[in-house]
Ligand binder design. Sequence first.
Ligand code: ATP
Length: 365
Amino acid sequence: MSEIHLDAVSKRYGETTALRDVDLDVADGEFFTLVGPSGCGKTTTLRLVAGFESPTEGRVRFDDEDVSGVPPEARGVGVVFQNYALFPHMSVAENVGYGLRFSDPPGDESKAERVEHLLDLVDLDGMGDREPGQLSGGQQQRVALARALAPGPRLLLLDEPMSALDAQLRERLRLQVKEIQSELGITTLYVTHDQEEALAVSDRVAVMHDGRVEQVGTPRDVYHRPETRFVAEFVGDNNVFEGTVTELSVSPDETEGSAVRVNVGGETVRLGVDPAEPPAVGDAVTFCVRPEQLRVGSGENRFTATVERTEFLGEATRVHLDWDGRSVLLRTTGGVAAGDVEAADSEVAGVEAADSEVVGVEAAD
Ligand code: ATP
């Protein structure tokens, strides 16, 4: 198994810059995901690691080894693409065996034993004689995974492997992929544009935007502590506001500077801040509050908004509010709170934000 390092990598295609000065470090055995909108450079990054492309600047290392000049088949990487790329007229077992065309099976397994072992690992034992056309999309993708793993690669690279599948199948398959990855302990680089998928499977995530890495962190980090407005808005629903700090608030049970009052369009809200880096009075700040961190109530820390519409989502209700021209999303699972805000145009007495739950106060540029 291996670490993956990208050192100051840029990639240009003629006039197009796909990657700008990207540094990434993926730890041994880690499930690391590149997530971001279409065109942000995820696939280019994966292709550079696979060896299908070379960096225009910078270098790619596996552990301490610079692999820049090493061709894909000699890098020891297993790759799974979105479209399976199985051979339709070969059996499932032959497709998996095709993964061994450049190398012998690892350990002392024979080729046939290795194929059987892999089919068992991806839960397709007994299906080796079928042709891919006789399998479901999810099963075909598991064949592609088995083929990629057959030679015992040092890295597993997956490029949007679920995107051709329907939602339910995607959820099942991502759990299976995660289980297989944990069982093998193989360093995995996973590409998806689906932020929920990224949060669900990854040890760490790199959020990419316009050829750059905006933030690297655990799923909880990027969700609860977004470092940029882009990350706050891309990873899950969010409410992003701008305001001016009017006072640093200190109460007996708080560390000095751990909360501030912020004036947003004439109303004041109280926010928790990182005591290590509190903003100063008069600072313009951008802050975000997740929809599930707001609730309807009559507490002290509230603003007044108007209900525009509600969406019943089954397990929760998403309420679209207007706060003096600002769009606000509130998510509630509580029947009572949902009842309070059901009618469009009704004024919500107060939308509360508990300061301990408010995330990400960032000084504006
Ligand atoms: P998607 O989710 O749509 O696949 P992505 O985040 O994977 O997007 P990339 O495929 O890495 O993005 O593309 C990044 C940028 O580089 C895009 O602007 C794309 O048009 C450009 N690009 C990628 N490959 C090439 C190529 N072979 N020639 C020219 N431009 C390219």
